[in-house]
Ligand binder design. Structure first.
Ligand code: ADP
Ligand code: MG
Length: 246
């Protein structure tokens, strides 16, 4: 097993309130790992520290063995940590494929001065990413008319253009119908399997978590109370107390 991400005793204090209180865990290559926990448990705070949006109060973060604690978001992104946004980052007036082409231009760091030729080149490459998320048939539709679930799949394709080692997804299925949630996570699971990318995600729907995650971590009041397989987590008395109130 190859360790992609290691987090050691991570803490975040907001004016003395410890939103994340000494969290340690790791993510392996090709692993689909869930971080669950009640509202306010500290999940987003954790993600924001991993992405460089928030500076940890204490603790360390290592990516492929390299210390990335407190680095700028752009630098962490360049080192291969991708993300999907809870709020869509797509350009509504552009077509589906144009959005992927834009992302590829950014990934290859091409200047717009070189655009016409590169643009055509990236169309072919963009189709590959659309095929990965089964959206090639919608390539030339404007984003403004996409169904919500399709927009989510497009965001996933855009995140993949960066070829991340680790993809962080904070509530990727928020606002989706149950069947669409399962379908999106099935797609993510397929991508993890085929491409060997690692994914860390947060999710409210327990069915989705137990159906797809290889390992599950449970955060409660800023502390990890479980980290293991679905069976281990389900059998954990502390988890049962948090989720079942007794
Ligand atoms: P989750 O994503 O698990 O719902 P969050 O990480 O968003 O939890 O929040 C964890 C705790 O930190 C909550 O109690 C929240 O109110 C608090 N919190 C989050 N962001 C801030 C902030 N910018 N300033 C002060 N408190 C915050
Ligand atoms: Mg959150």
């Amino acid at each position: 097993m190859t360790e992609i991400l290691r987090v050691e005793s991570l803490k975040k204090s907001y004016d003395g309130f410890l939103a994340v209180n000494g969290v340690s865990f790791s993510v392996q290559k090709g692993e689909l790992k869930a971080l669950i926990g009640p509202n306010g448990a500290g999940k987003s705070t954790c993600f924001n520290m991993l992405m460089g949006q928030l500076k940890p109060t204490a603790g360390e973060v290592f990516l492929n063995g390299e210390r990335i604690t407190g680095k700028q978001p752009r630098e962490i992104w360049r080192k291969g940590v991708g993300r999907t946004f809870q709020i869509t980052g797509t350009y509504q007036s552009m077509t589906v494929i144009e959005n992927v082409q834009m992302a590829l231009m950014s990934h290859h760091r091409r200047l717009f001065a070189l655009a016409p030729r590169a643009w055509k080149l990236y169309r072919e490459e963009a189709f590959e990413f659309l095929r990965t998320v089964s959206m090639a048939d919608q390539a030339d539709r404007p984003c403004s008319i996409l169904a919500y679930g399709d927009l989510k799949r497009l965001e996933l394709a855009i995140a993949l253009t960066h070829r991340p080692h680790l993809l962080l997804m904070d509530e990727p299925t928020a606002g989706m119908a149950p069947s669409a949630r399962v379908a999106l996570m099935q797609l993510v699971a397929d991508i993890v399997k085929e491409q060997g990318v690692s994914v860390l995600f947060t999710e409210h729907d327990m069915d989705v978590v137990f159906a797809h995650a290889h390992h599950i971590m449970v955060l409660n009041r800023g502390e990890l109370i479980a980290d293991g397989s679905a069976e281990e987590v389900r059998a954990n008395p502390q988890v049962q107390e948090v989720y079942l109130g007794g």
